[in-house]
Design a protein around this ligand. Sequence first.
Ligand SMILES: [Zn+2]
Length: 467
Amino acid sequence: MSRCLLVFALIVPLAAHSQKTPKQTEVKVQKTSISRDQEMQLGKQFAGQVEREMEVIHNPEIERWLNQIGQSLAKTPQANAYPYYFKLINDDSINAFALPGGPMYVHTGLLKAADSEGEVAGVLAHEMSHVALRHSAAQIGKQQTYGTLFQIVGLAAGTLTQDQNGQCGMVCQITQAGTSLGQNSVLMKFSRGYEKDADLNGARMMSAAGYDPIQLPTFFEKLVKTQGTAAEPRGLALWMSSHPATGSRVQYVSDDIKFYPQRSYKANTGNFAKIKKLVAAVPPPKPQPGKLIQAKEGASGRTNLPAGMKDYPANGFSMGFPSTWQAGQAAPGGSLYIVPQGGVSKTQNGGVELINGAMIDYYVPQAGAASTNLDASTKEFLDGLKKGDTNLRADNPQRVQVGNKVALKTRMTTKTSAHQDPDQVVYLYTVARGSGLWYTALAGQTTKMSDLDPTFKQMIDTVQFPD
Ligand SMILES: [Zn+2]
């Protein structure tokens, strides 16, 4: 009895006290079944996808500036000690996003819309807070899509091979639609509660790094006013629709700032005006390989193909293939496979091995896409293939035509990991394009080549490029 009284006596004064003094809103790091290591691994793999689909600007001065601001925020306790890094993407829509574990991307459009360094810092702090508070990781855990995501990321070849009647399995359907990261609702769309937490944590982060925290909500509200709302977004389409407004951002951040230690906000690199000029001078984005091999949105494909063939109309080319085969990426951002049933198998390290069928992608030469040259780039590509596969033997390339373009055809032989009939013939077709060396590897087990040869010829004959 006396113990109960004691407990009661302890609670009352505390409750009375909390009524008198307003308390600062608590911001929580979300609990999730995903480990920090898994989170970082996911982020890394999605970063690979982003950088194959979008053009990262390699400008040392802009990169240095962005990382200078970002790293000063990353050092604050609110950043939760993730290994953040910051890259600029050539895209004029107003957007920025951070991936689980710390990779962060800022669109040129965002820097063009910002009027001060503090505004840029505000967006970084908000996005970094989604990482620090483990919002994506928690959503993945909650929706139990973690397995699916990891399967997709970790190359799930099974569904490409196991389905009946050439039907595409779940992973294949997802990747066929060309899931780009911006459309991934689990990773990129947050609840209003998470939004408010990211605003508050971001404002505290800014203050700790010496930036005026009120610039976080004022920039967001200015963007909504000048660019449209979440319901009717203009330039802000992606960002605002994935970061719903949570009432008055300015109001609740102002309330939070009352709890911060008194200080003057002096953080400033002094380079903002110069960076704005450099960003304005960046040439328009070049199409990226990851986008070019994806099916073109809304395109139904050609209907004048030979009987029994259907079309794969991609952003960078079109190719016909037997209608009983399947086309899809085994991983977002990965190569395109067009294969008959059983045409690919899963390797021990979780990758995909082509046994029979086609693999299509772009090879970007080491000196950059702009240096793509048919003979030299094909040689560089072949040398790389030989290094990775000691069984590979290549004949001298022959000059042919593919889609009305000069192409090289290289016949190769190698061995697959298939137990029966491991000997394989591969015809590699290469065409120099603005975004790199377009290539198709048409491969088959030697015993199947008499069937595959006419099919491969038909596929190559149907290739078309948009320009
Ligand atoms: Zn957000």
